[in-house]
Design a protein around this ligand. Structure first.
Ligand code: KIV
Ligand code: NA
Length: 275
């Protein structure tokens, strides 16, 4: 069987082949995406995408662990990265280590991802020094939606631009092997890429990044609110709608099931009368 890719293997891809990453939350999606990806992200976007929550803030560590374990079970070759949810790592490096260790132990994933720049540098260094590979996440950080005031692109003002560039450098210097660069204006993404040595993975950032990530449901046309920058590589929602309509029609017209040979109750009765 093919050997799973490794964190050092991904890190060594700087300046070489682009790194392909998609989100996965379930074993079946992991099985389907794994052959095509280098990394699978168990994103806390699962809060909105599969739980219908209004933001990623209510997502819990237990939710991330349950879905992370499913994705590890469903994949064979991708590096699996699990998001640390809001409130599980910001308090202290010690809190982050205790929770990240649980994630690694209980899911079998290779790395965790956490949001934040310079403010998280000490925590990133603490985890990395203790054997936990970290992916950073800078620019538009959805867990900070209340502070940011929305999900608009970041880096429009000079002050914000300087801060985000500083965040990128700090995350990289702290030892993250990769970082997601989300929702920053293109010229800033270009500048970040000229200034950091770890792998950059863009989402709504630019082609200047070393790799790209999308939320799989967005890419498939499955999530009801698709961000502007997303290319829909398919329209699965329309197909599910059509299949459900055909099924409902078949049940209502008694075309399906075609010929009910024996119902479970009949079988039970047959079994007990045979005794
Ligand atoms: O939670 C998520 O899916 C993410 C990606 C959008 C990078 O963090
Ligand atoms: Na996330």
């Amino acid at each position: 069987p093919m050997r799973r890719q490794t964190v050092p293997g991904i890190a060594a891809r700087k300046g070489a082949e682009p790194v392909v990453m998609l989100t996965a939350y379930t074993a079946r999606y992991a099985q389907l995406l794994d052959p095509h990806c280098d990394m699978l992200l168990v994103g806390d976007s699962l809060g909105q995408v599969i739980y219908g929550l209004p933001s990623t803030l209510p997502v819990t560590l237990d939710m991330m662990i349950a879905h992370g374990a499913a994705v590890v079970r469903g994949s064979y070759r991708s590096v699996v990265v699990v998001d640390m949810p809001f409130g599980s790592y910001e308090q202290s490096p010690e809190q982050a280590f205790a929770n990240a260790a649980r994630v690694l132990k209980e899911t079998g994933c290779a790395a965790v991802k956490l949001e934040g720049g310079a403010a998280m540098a000490q925590t990133i260094a603490f985890l990395v020094a203790r054997g936990i590979p970290v992916v950073g996440h800078i620019g538009l950080t959805p867990q900070a939606v209340n502070a940011l005031g929305g999900y608009g692109a970041r880096g429009r003002s000079d002050a914000e631009r300087a801060k985000i560039l500083d965040d990128a450098k700090a995350v990289c210097a702290a030892g993250a092997f990769a970082m997601v660069v989300e929702g920053v204006i293109e010229s800033l993404a270009v500048e970040i890429n000229a200034n950091v040595t770890c792998i950059t993975i863009g989402i709504g950032a630019s082609a200047a990044c070393d790799g790209q990530v999308l939320v799989t449901e967005d890419m498939l046309g499955l999530f009801e609110r698709t961000p502007r920058f997303v290319e829909r590589f398919h329209d699965i929602a329309t197909q599910i709608d059509a299949a459900a309509q055909r099924y409902a029609e078949a049940v209502r017209t008694r075309r399906f099931p075609e010929r009910p040979i024996s119902m479970p109750d009949d079988r039970l009765r047959a079994h007990s009368s045979a005794k």
